[in-house]
Design a protein around this ligand. Structure first.
Ligand code: NAD
Length: 470
């Protein structure tokens, strides 16, 4: 394996910082959190420019989906840190009442965050808010694919945050492989499932816990009672975000067959409102990240049996936001994460059929299922029966902007979750602390050898004590 002395230097610097307890005081963490918010506020123009260069991301989307979440996470963490970091004093039951017990939230240690190219600023920095709040030194490894964003992070971070505790390592597979050979105390990986498995295997070799934030084919179900116009407006908005290059992008839409035409009419109407001059050259759409993804998305589109009703064209960097109707349920577009600006509409006989199809495909359990309905019973049915990271009712993508909700997958869409307090928890170890006072010694006597029938009978009595009545 190629070695990287600069990575070794960073690693040992951060380890020393952790061992010396530099990142532990809450005042230090609050200061770093404020600095991180300032980094974003004072460099928002530059961050918008690099995301324009990498992804053609509209400024409004950069502010809404990449910058604001970081600043508001920092504010919340600064305000809530005392509360989050306060040790818990659980109630002690039975004969253990005189034990002195507490649970202390302590930093997990030195952590690594490997991030993807599609939201390169927010996915690098928002988890960092949790790491800083929890008291962990951290290395960020941004994706080499969004190179301008990676360079900006590497340049800006040391100007604002303590370089003894936080660092950016740029690079591609070789550098990441080297990083993964080191022993971290926690690894957060966001990206595709295939690389996620490589990361989890490398973490396992060092008994390092990790969280995997992966992708998947998040389905949308529009029920008979849904407000069709509002559903179309919101689904189209969700799909256009970053030209569909979003882990929680609505992948495909199931709708009862008798509603398909009404839904299509509403999609058409919203499409022309959002994009009066089309979607190829509008500054309101992101571009496709690179040539290989451009080709992949066009191939996927060509393989579909659905009928194109909007879009379908492309230029060298962009692909039109393309909507297809009458897409078969087993079409290639429903089986693969599209990760591009294509919206397939799949007519079904009933919502129950959509439910069955989603359940049958349990294996790639998606990050989210979107359900457009106001029927409480239907919501309960999906809540209980569909395996996915989140269930979102009557909107798309908005869950990312609700820090009170943990964000994470299940099964093939990953494990572990962050956002708000969950970000603090992700990088925190709950350390149990117990003091057994000498006064309880008489109660502990039966545990010591020689084991006599009378001490045995005490424990047998405890074992057979009555269970709570139901
Ligand atoms: P990716 O898996 O290709 O790359 C992610 C990171 O892994 C990058 O930093 C990259 O440098 C590194 N990497 C690549 N090859 C590696 C290797 N062989 N060994 C070690 N590290 C390696 O993912 P991507 O293409 O950047 O992102 C797209 C995927 O990410 C989609 O599936 C999407 O759904 C998912 N995603 C998930 C979330 C989420 O929060 N759940 C968010 C964004 C993207």
């Amino acid at each position: 394996m190629t070695s990287y002395p600069h990575i070794d230097d960073i690693y040992s610097r951060l380890r020393t910082t952790y061992n010396d307890g530099i990142t532990f005081p809450l005042e230090y963490r609050r200061k770093q959190l404020r600095q991180l918010a300032l980094l974003v506020q004072e460099n928002s123009e530059e961050l918008c420019a690099v995301l324009q260069a990498d992804l053609g991301k509209p400024k409004l989307e950069v502010i809404l989906t990449e910058l604001l979440p970081i600043v508001s996470s920092c504010k919340t963490a600064i305000e809530k840190l005392d509360e989050w970091a306060t040790p818990e004093k659980p109630e002690v039951l039975d004969w253990r009442k005189s034990f002195d017990i507490s649970i202390h939230p302590v930093p997990r240690g030195v952590v690594l965050n490997i991030s993807p190219w599609n939201y390169p600023i927010v996915i690098s920095l928002n988890p960092l808010v949790g790491a800083i709040a929890a008291g962990c030194p951290a290395v960020i490894k941004p994706s080499e694919v969004s190179a301008n964003a990676a360079d900006a992070l590497a340049r800006l971070l040391p100007k604002y945050l303590d370089p003894q505790a936080y660092a950016v390592v740029t690079g591609a597979v070789l550098e990441t492989t080297y990083l993964l050979s080191l022993k971290w105390d926690f690894i957060l990986f966001t990206g595709g499932c295939a690389i996620g498995k490589i990361v989890a295997s490398a973490a396992a070799k060092n008994t390092t816990p990790c969280a995997l934030e992966l992708g998947g084919t998040s389905p949308v179900v529009v029920a008979d009672d849904a407000d069709i116009d509002l559903a179309a407006k919101r689904i189209l908005w969700g799909k256009k975000q970053n030209s569909g290059q979003l882990c929680v992008s609505p992948n495909h839409v199931f709708i009862p067959r008798h509603l398909q035409d009404r839904f299509v009419a509403s999609i058409r109407s919203n499409y022309s409102t959002y994009f009066p001059s089309g979607t190829v050259s509008t500054p309101d759409m992101s571009k496709i990240i690179n040539g290989s993804h451009h080709k992949r998305v066009l191939n996927l589109l060509a393989s579909s049996k659905g009928e194109k009703i909007l879009g379908g064209g492309h230029n060298e960097v962009n692909i039109e936001l393309t909507v297809l109707k009458d897409v078969p349920a087993d079409d290639s577009l429903t089986k693969e994460e599209i990760f591009g600006p294509i919206l397939p509409i799949v007519p079904v006989e009933s919502v129950d059929e959509a439910y069955d199809i989603i359940r049958e495909r349990r294996a790639p359990s998606p990050l989210v299922t979107y359900l457009f309905t106001n029927q409480q019973e239907l919501r309960e049915k999906f809540l209980r029966g569909v395996r996915c990271g989140s269930l979102v009712q009557n909107d798309c993508v908005q869950q990312l902007g609700v820090p009170e909700l943990p964000f994470g997958g299940v099964g093939d869409s990953g494990y572990g979750a962050y956002n708000g307090k969950d970000s603090f928890d992700m990088f925190t170890h709950r350390k149990s602390v117990l003091n057994v006072p000498s006064e309880v010694e008489p109660m502990l006597e039966p545990r010591y050898p020689p084991y006599t029938p009378s001490s045995l009978s005490i424990f047998e009595g405890m074992l057979s004590a009555p269970l709570p009545e139901l």
